[in-house]
Ligand binder design. Sequence first.
Ligand SMILES: *Cc1c(COP(=O)(O)O)cnc(C)c1O
Length: 369
Amino acid sequence: MEKYAPLNPPERILLGPGPSNVDDSVMKALSKPVVGHLDPVFLAIMEEVQEMLRHVFMTKNHLTIPVSGTGSAGMEAALVNAIEEGDHVLVCISGVFGQRMSDIVKRCGGVLKTVETQWGTPIDPEQVRSALAEFPASVVAIVHAETSTGVLQPLEDISRIVHERDALLLVDTVTSLGGAPLKIDEWEIDICYSGTQKCLSCPPGLAPITFGQRAIDKLNRRSSPVQSWYLDMTMVQKYWGPDRVYHHTAPISMIYALREALRLVVEEGLAARWERHRVHHNSLVKGLETMGLKLLVDPAYRTPMLNSVVIPPGVDDTAVRKRLLEEYNTEIGSGLGPLKGKIWRIGLMGHSCTEENVNHILSALKSLI
Ligand SMILES: *Cc1c(COP(=O)(O)O)cnc(C)c1O
C-alpha cells in the first residue's frame, strides 16, 4: 500500500450550520490520556459532566447524560424511549429536523400525525391545540431552533397546551442549547436532546439528553423493550447511575472534550452567552441589511445563532460559497430542501460567534456579490 501523508486539515472559519469552531482548550482536552471507562477518575468526570449539563439545560432532572453519537442519535434516543408501538405521536414540522423526527416516529411504530407550517415560519400554538383535539397524542415533538430555516420556535404556550392534554413535550435543542434561552424545568419540557458541535462548540460526537419525571414514568410503564438496544435509556442510565453497570464503553476522549466545553460555558455564564449571541446576531443583521440583503425569517422569530439570508437574484449560490471557502477560508451553509439555492445559512455559534467573525463575513460577502 502507498504511504499516506500525515493528516493536515485546514483551520477554517466555521460560520455554517455546525460544526462551529472549537476552543483550543477543548482540543487539548481531546488529547489527554485515555483512562479506563470505570476508572474512579473517569467516574468523577462523568459526574461533573452530568452536573454541568443540568446547569446548561436549567434542570434538576436526574436522568441527564450525553448520548454516544451526534445530535441525530439524541433525536433517536429521545423518540425510541418515549414511543411504544401504537403510541400516538404529533410531530410539528417546519423544516428538515421536524421531518427527520417524523421519519423516526414511523420507524419505531408510532401512529404519526403532523402539523406543518411554511419553512421559515414558526408553528402556531393553535395548530397544536386543534390537532390534539382530534388526535390522542401521548407525545408531541417539536424543534426549538430549526437550523434549516433559522426560526426560533416559542415553546411556552405549546408546552401548556400539550400538558392540558396529558401528553409529553419532546424538544430538539441541538442548535439552541448554549446560544439562546432554554429552560427545561420552567418551560416543563419532558424530554430534550441536543448536540455538541453547535453552540456548545465541542467537536461532533455526543448528544446531551435529559428526561423529566413524567417521561421516566412513561418509560417505566412500557410493556415492550425499547426498540434500540444501544439507545435504551433503561440500560444506559444504569451505567451513568451509582451502580455503573457496563452497557457500552463511554467515548472517553469526547467526554473529556465535552467537560471542557461545558466548563467554558459555565465560566462565561449562560445569560452572558445568550447575550453574546444576541448582540452579534443583531450586528450581522444590521450589516446584511445595509448591503441590501434580506433575511428569510420575521424579526420576532429569528434564531440568533443561525441567520438565513435570501440570495439576491442573479447571484450564483455555489460560486459564492466556493470562493468563500477557497479565498476566505470560510464556510457558510447552503439552503436545504425547498430552500436550496434560495438562502445561505450563516451560523454564529458558540466560539464562532464573535464581532471579528461578523465583520469578516460582512466584508467577504461585500466583495463577492
Ligand atoms: C444539527 C442538527 C441535528 C442533527 O445533529 P447531527 O449532529 O448532525 O446528527 C438535529 N436537529 C437540529 C435542529 C440540528 O441543527
